[in-house]
Write a protein that binds this ligand. Structure first.
Ligand SMILES: [Zn+2]
Length: 368
């Protein structure tokens, strides 16, 4: 069976509308128009975060457009790891936004809000997005703001975050679970602690005890500082998995630039799932071929990237394999998150019996 050939290089993100699944609406929004795709759950998104002081961004404010760190206007090559599509100016703007400006209420961050994320979800047929905060042992608690705002948006599923050095780690896990966290995000670079540090390994065990899956940022991405690159080497994640067989792990970015090393964990550790955000298309195909179909998860790293980037790659890599596509885009995440069975009911059948009429991607009410 030959694969239909589709383009993989685009003049901009909106240019992805040359693929059969997407269209441009209102001149500036890429929407999913193929009814047979979905429902979709995005396992990897962020809202604006702050450090060292109270969050100065209003997470409830809708703005006319979202400023992604990869601007919609830049060319996109789906074969590349996503961040390799940023040019120098975009890279500079991103680093500034995530460092100095994160102390302020300014920057692209002001568009990384709950209603802006919800608008993109509607455009792309994504029914739920998992929102991942990152906490430090002291100072701003991003988990608090995420847990709070997610209560007001049915489509946002909050994870919590605890720093391995937090003296209060165990009780904070319980508090966050009580407040609705369905898992815990750990980020070796942003939290400045290695995945094989004894405190990290211990915290992963506690997460398992409390029934909270751990979503690790996993692997070097090529643009982090040298120390962060050393901390996020894929081999350093093995200890936490090996010593905590009762904890469910999700490897964010599937090991990123070292995905091929992470693939060795698939056999060894049945408690490990692979989240697919940012991987270039050849890498993604390799992960899909190697990892059992029930342990793969769609994720996007919004607002770094428009959610269509990883979606397009998955649609390209699963053509002619509807069962795999459905597992990756929805069913595996629904199972992991324990979502209501009606969410996981086969939507395709329901749509077919309803006549399969074109469903409007957005509500049309979010003016810009
Ligand atoms: Zn992320």
């Amino acid at each position: 069976m030959t694969r239909p050939s589709h383009p993989t290089r685009f003049a901009s993100t909106l240019d992805l509308s040359r693929l059969p699944w997407f269209d441009v609406r209102d001149g500036n929004r890429l929407v999913l128009v193929d009814d047979s795709v979905g429902p979709i759950i995005d396992m990897h998104t962020h809202l604006a975060m702050g450090y060292f002081r109270k969050l100065a961004v209003d997470l409830r404010r809708e703005t006319p457009a979202t400023s992604y760190y990869l601007p919609l206007t830049l060319p996109v090559d789906l074969d590349l790891y996503s961040n390799q599509n940023l040019d120098d100016a975009a890279m500079f703007a991103m680093k500034l936004d995530l460092s100095v400006l994160s102390l302020t209420g300014q920057g692209m961050r002001t568009t990384h809000t709950a209603p802006n994320l919800a608008r993109d979800l509607r455009d792309l047929g994504i029914v739920y997005a998992v929102v991942l905060p990152i906490d430090m042992p002291v100072g701003m608690r991003n988990s608090d703001s995420v847990l709070e705002v997610a209560r007001e948006y049915e489509e946002l599923i909050p994870f919590g975050s605890v720093h391995p050095f937090d003296s209060d780690a165990d009780s904070r896990l319980l508090t966050q679970r009580e407040r609705g966290a369905l898992g815990i995000k750990l980020h070796p670079n942003a939290q400045f602690v290695a995945p094989d540090h004894p405190k990290t390994v211990h915290l992963c065990g506690r997460c398992g005890t409390h029934g909270l899956p751990v979503l690790f940022h996993c692997g070097p991405v090529g643009i982090e500082p040298e120390a962060g690159r050393r901390r996020s080497q894929v081999f350093r994640y093995e200890k936490a998995m090996a010593e905590n067989p009762d904890t469910t792990f999700v490897l964010g970015h599937s090991g990123a630039l070292q995905f091929d090393e992470a693939l060795r964990f698939a056999d060894r550790y049945p408690n490990v799932l692979f989240e697919l955000s940012c991987l270039g298309l050849p890498a993604l195909r390799q992960v899909l071929e190697t990892v059992p179909a029930d342990r793969l998860l769609y994720g996007t790293d919004w607002p770094f990237y428009h959610q269509s980037l990883t979606l397009a790659r998955i649609l390209l890599a699963t053509e002619g394999e509807p069962a795999l596509r459905r597992a990756v885009l929805h069913d595996n995440a629904a199972r992991l998150l324990g979502l209501r069975p009606e969410t996981a009911a086969p939507l395709e059948d329901a749509r077919r019996s309803a006549g399969g009429g074109g469903q409007e991607g957005g509500t049309g009410s979010e003016g810009d």
